[in-house]
Ligand binder design. Structure first.
Ligand code: CIR
Length: 265
């Protein structure tokens, strides 16, 4: 019998998080202890939703290391280690590589390619990739080379006005997206049902799927209401301190299926 479980890999908040990379937000003071407490709540929420949470060894000298999503793209068949677009973040990948190597065959984006995992959104057999300040054409071509034999279709999407593709759009399920259309070229997601964020909550398009439930920031109550009206099961966490570093809920974990073979009893 094949049993599927979800593993979530996380990484502790660095005490140096206030020195994080920023692209669109003004730099404001970030309290590392508050960010760490919010991150611990986030991990507990993942456990409650049914994930086995494993922390990668901390990297206190890497300010953005909590944003582990950017270091890899994990598919059922393989994991692709990224080469983050911000040079200061490239050293984050090594420790994640070690952990993922125990779960998946590994491929790796090489120079001159750059890619942040936050730019990669998998919806069924389609992989949308943000063309952003962090992810370039070579990175996207390399990704296509790895996944085309696995019958994934890779579609680049231009992102403007925000950090990553997944700042602007994430999957609610394989047919439905939560989206801020203002940050995306029109038409890219015509094949999907779309739930628009409330206009007063432009940062609200980032939501994490855990089985058929959703993990979301407390910071977007109007958009949350839209989701709940449509019948989605939404758990919220407070991640306001982490958001000051341009992070959101998907970026603090790598969530993937664990394949266990159990013999029938
Ligand atoms: C950065 O600029 O790289 C970090 N301060 C924020 C990264 C957030 N990552 C994500 O949403 N996937």
């Amino acid at each position: 019998m094949l049993v599927r479980q979800l593993t979530a890999i996380t990484r502790a908040v660095s005490p140096a998080i206030a020195r994080c990379e920023l692209t669109h937000r003004p730099r404001v003071a970030i309290d590392a202890a508050t960010a760490a407490a919010q991150h611990a709540d986030y991990e507990r929420a993942l456990v409650r939703l049914g994930c086995a949470v494993h922390r990668v060894s901390a990297a206190p000298d890497m300010p953005d290391s909590v944003f582990i999503e950017d270091t890899a793209v994990v598919l059922d068949e393989l994991a692709i280690l990224t080469r983050p677009g911000a040079e200061s973040r490239r050293a984050e990948v090594a420790a994640v590589a070690e952990v993922l190597g125990a779960h998946r065959p590994i491929a790796r984006i090489e120079p001159p390619g750059t890619m942040d995992g936050g730019d990669v959104m998998v919806a069924g057999r389609t992989i949308f990739v943000g063309v952003s300040s962090r992810t370039n054409a070579s990175g996207i071509d390399q990704l296509r080379g790895f996944v085309a034999p696995l019958e994934y279709d890779v579609r680049p999407v231009v992102v403007r006005g925000c950090l990553h593709l997944k700042s602007a759009v994430t999957t609610i399920n394989d047919e439905t997206l939560l989206i801020n259309q203002a940050w995306l070229a029109p038409g890219a997601f015509d094949d999907f049902q779309l739930v628009d964020v409330d206009l007063r909550e432009p940062d609200g398009a980032n939501i994490a799927r855990v089985f058929n439930r959703l993990l979301y920031s407390e910071g977007f109550p109007r958009t949350r209401e839209r989701l709940e009206e449509r019948g989605y099961d939404v758990t919220t966490v407070q991640v306001g301190e982490i958001a000051k570093a341009e992070g959101a809920v998907t970026c603090c974990s790598l969530i993937f299926k664990e394949h266990h073979c159990l013999s029938a009893v």
